[in-house]
Write a new protein. Structure first.
Length: 149
């Protein structure tokens, strides 16, 4: 399964807001530069995340975006579903199709895809933005201890 640029950029943008949170909203331009995301595309992503209740926006000269909840209460799976819908497309899983007369192997493969979907959803739904922040901080500490010759 591949994640789209939309999903990748959406998670990166939400993580950027979590990493740079403070009292003032963060302007799209700042996130776009730090994450190397086209600003117009980022505007669309953040608007979608706002409608989903993941981020909040403030208008005006001092406006921008911030997370709507604390990073430990926003799962990566929630972000991906807000941007793209179900984690694994339903048609891939054969839902809604008449399976009468399907070959036994087809039903077994469909069961496999169901298990894959459930596993991916479980990881994404258990992983919060705070988990990603913690991972980044661990990487930053590890990188600072590396010796360069």
């Amino acid at each position: 399964m591949n994640f789209t640029a939309k999903e990748e950029y959406g998670v990166r943008a939400a993580l950027d807001l979590a990493l740079h949170k403070n009292d003032a909203p963060i302007q799209i331009r700042e996130v776009a530069v730090r994450q190397n995301i086209p600003e117009q595309f980022l505007e669309q992503l953040l608007a979608t995340l706002r409608r989903a209740g993941i981020v909040q926006s403030t208008r005006g000269a001092a406006g921008g975006y911030r997370l709507a909840r604390s990073p430990d209460r926003i799962a990566v799976g929630e972000i991906i579903r807000a941007l793209s819908g179900p984690i694994v497309p339903l048609e891939r899983l054969g839902e809604g199709r008449n399976q009468a007369g399907d070959y036994e192997s087809h039903r077994v493969i469909q069961e496999l895809w169901q298990r894959v979907r459930k596993s991916i959803e479980a990881v994404l739904d258990r992983t919060t933005l705070q988990d990603l922040i913690d991972l980044k901080l661990q990487e930053d500490v590890s990188a600072s201890y590396q010796m360069y010759i």
